[in-house]
Design a binder for this molecule. Structure first.
Ligand SMILES: Cc1cc2nc3c(=O)[nH]c(=O)nc-3n(C[C@H](O)[C@H](O)[C@H](O)COP(=O)(O)OP(=O)(O)OC[C@H]3O[C@@H](n4cnc5c(N)ncnc54)[C@H](O)[C@@H]3O)c2cc1C
Length: 460
């Protein structure tokens, strides 16, 4: 990944808005820029655009949407912003946080009504930290399905997506104005595309061992569940151009990835009253604090594994998620009529599990979790062996409320935009600041904002 002088650019073509990366962020930014009449091109390294988005559950938080209203859910942008800022202790950029929350409802309405996405609000349980039901997902609650729908919308809108095009080089002048991008093809051939504005939508550095070791060393050896192609290119280019990078130690972790299957087991099983125990059958944390921060306590257990234990009610809620259904089909989810039977299936200490199930609902529970509203797990019991995983990095290039990349002095680079995992996220500097859905909220909503701003900003 390099920066070369703008004078060396020999471009095959020129577009008004060039976008690197065709995950959710790039596709939504492209739809937004196209909607303003801009000529748009996306460069995507893979043969088929999938990104981390296709690996995700595809759930996008948004407030005040028409689909929420149809489902009888009252919500507001102010409430969403308050939940984000409460979770990160006020340590994300407050202006960007409020701008994204304010644009979230309209963005979901636009994606559904203008671009034909089929989204509804997940009901039946609340994600940790959210005051109300506001996670919008496709029918299967699946990121691959979200990508299919965004790709169909892109095709209908005439988006030009160039695949097998690894962006390698930015051509920029001394003021930091990007004149174009050089790309490499799998056969070794090279091209360059000129642009008036560039949107970095190539996610963070979850796949980049050197950047993980430097900024998130505690997760450098953990399972990475995101897209391997996210190599920190946006961070490397942006900082080389003088941009500020913030919150580089922040990330979305997850404490519930089926092991060894590698499939996400929805946190609904925990939020609805399930628990996590270790090989000794003992609880070790307040599981309800959040799935992101639970990655580390799980990794700290013997064998770097834990066991999520839940009942029939939690199982029924979880069955609305495609990845949970897959985990069950692959045999990751075990079921037994007694605690002793489940312990035997999972290979954990039977006496420890029996004691835990006997005691855990007594207050205080020792870890600060309130079980007063939770019903008994009952029988049958379900269990799954899980490990802690890195899902995506949350630090990135500092941006303003339009998605313009900023320098440390607050001034904006002339024509560079970033959103999604490429930009500083909404979680502040720590893993515990991640509120469910902050990833796609930034990809989809800030992606739309940045795409529109890039189209407008490059007009004159
Ligand atoms: C298992 C899992 C579950 C998740 N569930 C959720 C959820 O339900 N809700 C939520 O909000 N978040 C979730 N996330 C996080 C979410 O997936 C990401 O935050 C989001 O997908 C980021 O979108 P993006 O467009 O920025 O990046 P991506 O979708 O990763 O797209 C980036 C694209 O850029 C391409 N690219 C990278 N570098 C280059 C280059 N140099 N040249 C050309 N192309 C390049 C990549 O190939 C990729 O296609 C989950 C993550 C995981 C791993």
């Amino acid at each position: 990944m390099s920066i070369l002088p703008a004078s060396e650019l020999a471009a095959e073509a020129h577009v008004r808005v060039l976008i690197i990366g065709a995950g959710a962020c790039g596709l939504v930014a492209g739809l937004a820029a196209r909607g303003l009449g801009a000529e748009v091109m996306l460069l995507e390294r893979d043969a088929l655009p999938r990104g981390s988005t296709a690996l995700s559950s595809g759930l996008i938080p948004a407030a005040g949407t028409r689909v929420q209203a149809r489902q009888g859910i009252a919500d507001s942008a102010a409430a969403l912003a308050a939940d984000i800022l409460r979770k990160n202790h006020g340590r994300s950029d407050p202006d960007v946080t409020r701008a994204v929350a304010a644009a979230s409802g309209g963005t979901i309405d636009w994606l559904m009504e203008r671009h034909g996405l089929d989204l509804s609000v997940v009901e039946g349980f609340l994600y940790p930290g959210h005051a109300t039901a506001r996670m919008h997902g496709t029918p299967r609650r699946d990121g691959a399905e979200l990508m299919d729908q965004l790709m169909a919308a892109g095709a209908a809108a005439g988006l030009d997506i160039v695949t097998q095009a690894l962006a390698t080089t930015l051509y920029a002048d001394e003021a930091g104005r990007v004149a174009g991008v050089g790309l490499a093809r799998p056969d070794g051939s090279r091209d360059a595309i000129g642009c008036d504005a560039l949107v970095l939508a190539c996610n963070g550095y979850g796949g980049a061992g050197d950047l993980l070791r430097a900024h998130i060393p505690q997760m450098a050896g953990a399972l990475y569940s995101g897209h391997a192609g996210n190599q920190g290119d946006a961070l490397r280019w942006g900082t080389a151009l003088g941009a500020e990078a913030r919150d580089l130690g922040a990330y979305q972790g997850h404490g519930s990835v089926a092991q060894p299957h590698g499939i996400l087991v929805t946190w609904a099983v925990i939020m609805e009253g399930g628990i996590q125990v270790n090989l000794a059958g003992r609880r070790f944390s307040n599981e309800a604090a959040g799935y992101s921060e639970q990655a580390m306590p799980v990794l700290a257990q013997p064998g770097r594994v834990a066991f999520s234990i839940f009942g029939a009610r939690q199982h029924a809620v979880a069955m609305q998620f495609e990845d949970f259904r897959q985990a069950e089909a692959l045999g990751a989810i075990r079921r037994a009529e007694s605690a002793a039977g489940l312990a035997a299936l999972l290979g954990i200490d039977a006496a420890g599990l029996a004691a835990t199930l006997d005691l855990y609902r007594r207050q205080p529970d020792g870890f600060g979790r309130d079980f007063s509203e939770a019903p008994d797990l009952g029988t049958p019991l379900y269990g799954v062996r899980v490990t802690g995983s890195l899902f995506h990095t949350q630090g990135g290039l500092s941006v303003d409320v339009s998605g313009r990349v900023r320098r440390a002095d607050g001034t904006a680079l002339p024509n560079l935009f970033a959103a999604g995992g490429a930009a500083r996220g909404l979680s502040g500097p720590e893993v515990g600041g991640y509120l469910s859905g902050n990833g796609l909220l930034s990809a989809v909503v800030l992606g739309r904002i940045a795409g529109e701003a890039a189209a407008r900003g490059s007009q004159g």
